[in-house]
Design a protein. Structure first.
Length: 331
């Protein structure tokens, strides 16, 4: 009797295990075998009309051609990109929901203790699309027209200069804090809700300096309403070849780059990640995309998933270390 009752128990347990394994294995297996088999949405975690949105819409057109599938953009702005990122983190890992985001995504763990996701576990890096420089700018009315003038004044007058940013936890915010830390400066942060209002106050002289990106400031630079003191990448920008880099000016270890990157939900099958990465590489080679990036002063990259993962981890760790060192106030 023991044998009679124990045998069904083992069989039942074994069947349950087999059943569960099929549930978890076959959906992922079918995802990778049939992808892309439905419309794909690119989530932009910022408002329509901005630089990330413009790039996403240009990419979506070309990606549709490469994948022979409908690709559209959906904006989910809020909380400096966190709302849109959370949407992707919770999406099915089927390759049909893509996150196109920027450098603030790597900064978020250093700035917020309350993230509704884990940037390492809940996302799969696909491709670093491009890097772009920040520009250290002052208003045309400012007497600070070179980086040397800015540095010397800030050094002699700690706490007197203010700097604008497009928001708490943004690339320009942490980039200026890095400059402050490395050069022993004390400039005061004034956050705004976006680059446009920050630039308005910079032009009005209500703040003294700002790390800008080219897209947000190109018309102001062309009209000579902004002075550009330096660029923050290792090489000069093709869009502003006359402007020196901080490295050229003798300030080592001061490269600060913005970037565009693509992620998928964390449990997306590797086959889909690789397929999308290859598709992005083909898209980035398109003249329309190159023109879009050049307009932003950006350098196209189109990395592999592993290369992007390494880059992202290094960038995230740098901001975490800076946050701890300067005791950055977190939420």
């Amino acid at each position: 009797m023991k044998l009679f009752f124990s045998r069904p128990k083992v069989t039942f347990t074994g069947n349950i295990l087999i059943f569960l394994s099929l549930i978890f294995f076959f959906p992922h297996h079918s995802y990778s075998q049939t992808w892309p088999n439905q419309a794909i949405k690119i989530i932009v975690p910022f408002p329509a009309g901005g630089g990330t949105d413009a790039l996403a819409r240009t990419i979506s057109v070309e990606l549709s051609k490469v994948l022979n599938q409908t690709v559209f953009v959906e904006n989910k702005p809020g909380a400096n990109g966190i709302i849109g990122a959370q949407f992707v983190a919770l999406a099915p890992p089927d390759g049909n929901t893509i996150l196109l985001t920027i450098a603030s995504f790597a900064i978020s763990p250093a700035f917020s203790k309350k993230l509704p996701f884990d940037v390492d576990k809940d996302f799969a890096p696909v491709s670093l699309v491009a890097k772009y420089p920040y520009l250290l700018t002052t208003g045309s009315q400012s007497e600070l027209k070179t980086f040397k003038q800015f540095y010397e004044f800030a050094k002699k007058n700690p706490g007197k200069l203010s700097y604008a940013s497009s928001g708490n936890g943004s690339g320009p915010h942490l980039g200026m804090e890095l400059i402050n830390d490395r050069l022993g400066l004390n400039t005061i942060h004034v956050p705004y809700k976006g680059a446009a209002p920050a630039n308005n106050d910079l032009l009005a002289g209500n703040v003294d300096v700002m790390l800008n990106n080219l897209l947000a400031s190109s018309s102001l630079i062309k009209s000579k309403k902004l002075n550009v003191l330096a660029v923050t990448t290792a090489q000069r920008s093709n869009a502003l070849p006359e402007v020196p880099t901080l490295l050229e000016l003798g300030y080592a270890n001061l490269e600060v780059v913005g970037w565009y990157g693509i992620f998928l939900p964390g449990k997306t099958p590797k086959e889909i990640i690789l397929k999308l990465s290859e598709a992005i590489k083909r898209v980035i080679q398109n003249p329309d995309i190159l023109a879009r990036l050049n307009q932003d002063g950006a350098l196209p990259i189109a990395s592999t998933p592993s290369e992007f993962k390494d880059f992202f981890i290094a960038d995230k760790n740098r901001w975490l270390q800076l946050s701890k060192k300067i005791h950055l106030e977190m939420d």
